[in-house]
Structure formats: structure tokens, C-alpha cells
Design a binder for this molecule. Structure first.
Ligand code: ADP
Length: 179
């Protein structure tokens, strides 16, 4: 585990399963149809129970690079923010869309005035975003957001395997070294 403080806010990088994390909002790496899937999406819906999928069906869709909020069902959280990252196809717009997915969650956090949020590594599983490119975008978007006044006190990155944790640790170190 790595912890770092940004402007008084704790940033944690930790290996684990996001469904077990006690925070106000858990972020899901969803798809644009909010239809459920494998990976972290499947794990979150299984653990949360059917009410969350019912809410997703009512919302309908979420554009890539954005996020929508639902309740958290049986999870120990108040909200799930369903963020849609890009499928990595090297078309050029992926960095903005990935940053947009994180930023949309941070905006929802401010809207709901929550204190803690947990992110998975959006787009780096089935969506194929290279980890060494995605990790600095994720971290930079959060760090930039935390330079302004915020309701957040803790931001967790819950990284499923050691390879992903190490990529985020390396990216954080490089961001802190190079400003
Ligand atoms: P995407 O389609 O956005 O790539 P995936 O769920 O396929 O989403 O993968 C995103 C990341 O989430 C990957 O690093 C994957 O290992 C990780 N992951 C899978 N299950 C969990 C979980 N329960 N908690 C946290 N991260 C998870």
C-alpha cells in the first residue's frame, strides 16, 4: 500500500477487491449501455444486488468519458458512480475520454459532497488501455482536482493485481518527481 497527501487529502494506492472497500462512493468501470459485464463491473453488480441494475436500466446509457450515479445496493457505500472509459484503439481521443471518466466521478463526488471515493483502474482490463499510459492519466486527473477546494478527504485506488498496483505506484512517483 502507498499513501500520499495532496493538499490535505489522503491518496491511497492499494491492492484489493473494490466491493469490500468502505467509502462513500465506489466507482464502477461500466460500459456505455450500463448493461453489466465481466471484470469489476460484474463483481460490483453481483455484490450490490439487483436494485443497482434496475437503476442502471432506468438511466439507460452513459456516454464514454462520463459517469452516472446510482445507489449502492448491498455494498457498504452510499453511491456507485458508473464511469465509462474508452476502449483503447489508439485513435487519439482516448486520453481525454479516460480523464473525462475520472473527472466526471470527481464532479459527482463534489455534487453529493462526499468525503471518500474508491476507483478501480478504469479501461485497463477488457478495454485494453495500456497500464503505463492509463495510470498517469488517472492519477494526474485526481491530483489536479485535489488542488482546488473539495469535499473529499480520501481518494482510494483499489488495484486488483500486483502488476496494476506497481504501475500506479511507479506513475505516482514519476508525477511527484517531475511535478
Ligand atoms: P474495463 O472494461 O474498463 O477495462 P475491467 O473490469 O475489464 O474494466 O478491468 C478494469 C480493472 O479492474 C482491471 O485492472 C481489472 O483487473 C480490475 N478489476 C477486476 N475486478 C475487480 C475488483 N473486484 N476490484 C477492483 N478491480 C477489479
Amino acid at each position: 500500500m502507498t499513501t500520499h497527501t495532496v493538499n490535505g487529502v489522503t491518496l491511497l494506492l492499494k491492492q484489493g477487491n473494490i466491493v469490500n472497500v468502505q467509502v462513500d462512493a465506489i466507482v464502477n468501470a461500466a460500459n456505455a449501455g450500463l448493461a453489466g459485464g465481466g471484470g469489476v463491473d460484474g463483481a460490483i453488480h453481483r455484490a450490490a444486488g439487483p436494485t443497482v441494475m434496475q437503476e442502471c436500466r432506468q438511466i439507460g446509457r452513459c456516454p464514454t468519458g462520463s459517469a452516472v450515479a446510482t445507489g449502492a445496493g448491498n455494498l457498504p457505500a452510499r453511491y456507485i458512480f458508473h464511469a465509462v472509459g474508452p476502449i483503447y484503439q489508439n485513435q487519439g481521443d482516448e486520453p481525454q475520454l479516460l480523464a473525462g471518466a475520472y473527472q466526471a466521478c470527481l464532479n459527482l463526488a463534489e455534487h453529493h459532497q462526499i468525503h471518500s471515493i474508491a476507483f478501480p483502474s478504469i479501461s485497463t482490463g477488457a478495454y485494453g488501455y495500456p497500464l503505463h499510459l492509463a495510470a498517469p492519466i488517472a492519477l494526474q486527473t485526481v491530483i489536479t482536482h485535489l488542488q482546488r477546494p473539495t469535499s473529499l478527504q480520501q481518494v482510494h485506488f483499489i488495484l486488483f493485481d500486483q502488476r496494476t498496483l506497481q504501475a500506479y505506484q511507479k506513475a505516482l512517483q514519476q508525477l511527484l518527481t517531475n511535478g
